[in-house]
Design a protein around this ligand. Structure first.
Ligand SMILES: C[S@@+](CC[C@H](N)C(=O)[O-])C[C@H]1O[C@@H](n2cnc3c(N)ncnc32)[C@H](O)[C@@H]1O
Length: 199
């Protein structure tokens, strides 16, 4: 699959490919018809699903991403729109996919450049990592809390998180969702795909 990339947009990684493969398999087995690729980046996952015959839409908070993804899916029926999580989402879907940003929000934090240069970089980097992890945890929690209003009753949300995040998130959302740990293949950064379905 040919995809244009750009320095302003997160390019597909090994785990983007894994998510695309798992989503295709799941959508086929469960006969899912409508799919949303949240935080589409280059449009890679949306395009992979479309090429397997699924009806898919995609969104991203970043205007650079929306522009690049539109270029990558040119001539194909894949609506791409700008949305901060679900603010621009108008429908319900059978499957919503999200490979969330490592930092928990769009864009590079200006603090990381400062930390790289200072003599206190080790302790500061550790503190920064803790703050970043907290921010990402809140971001994923917020995403899942909103996502339940946008999935059809037998639908699912597929999302990457690490096992530590899953341990903390599951008890907070157990009244809303059943959680299933999906992937059998290991990704380099120990991310796992978690499927959640409404209770
Ligand atoms: C790790 S990248 C994944 C890109 C693509 N899905 C892939 O796997 O190649 C995360 C994407 O989420 C987008 N994003 C970050 N915050 C978002 C938000 N609040 N709403 C929608 N998208 C967001 C980023 O702009 C980025 O494109």
């Amino acid at each position: 699959m040919k995809i244009k990339t750009s320095l302003k947009v997160s390019s597909p990684k090994e785990h983007s490919q894994l998510m695309a493969r798992i989503a295709c398999k799941m959508a086929k087995e469960k006969k899912y018809k409508k799919i949303l690729d949240m935080g589409t980046g280059t449009g890679y996952i949306a395009l992979a699903l479309y090429e397997k015959g699924f009806k898919v839409e995609a969104c991203d908070i970043s205007p650079h991403s929306v522009e690049l993804a539109r270029e990558n899916v040119k001539g194909k029926e894949i609506p791409i729109f700008q949305s901060d999580l679900f603010t621009g989402v108008k429908k319900k879907y059978d499957l919503i996919l999200f490979n969330p940003p490592a930092s928990g929000a769009a864009g590079e934090n200006p603090l990381s450049n400062f930390i790289r240069k200072t003599r206190l970089r080790k302790p500061l980097a550790a503190l920064f990592y803790i703050l970043k992890s907290r921010k990402r945890f809140q971001f994923i929690l917020n995403f899942l809390r909103q996502a339940k209003n946008f999935i059809n009753s037998k639908g699912r949300v597929l999302i990457y998180m690490n096992p530590g995040e899953l341990r903390k998130i599951e008890p907070k959302l157990k009244q809303d969702y059943n959680f299933v740990r999906i992937n059998h293949e290991k990704t380099a950064n120990n991310l796992i795909i978690v499927a959640t379905e409404l209770k």
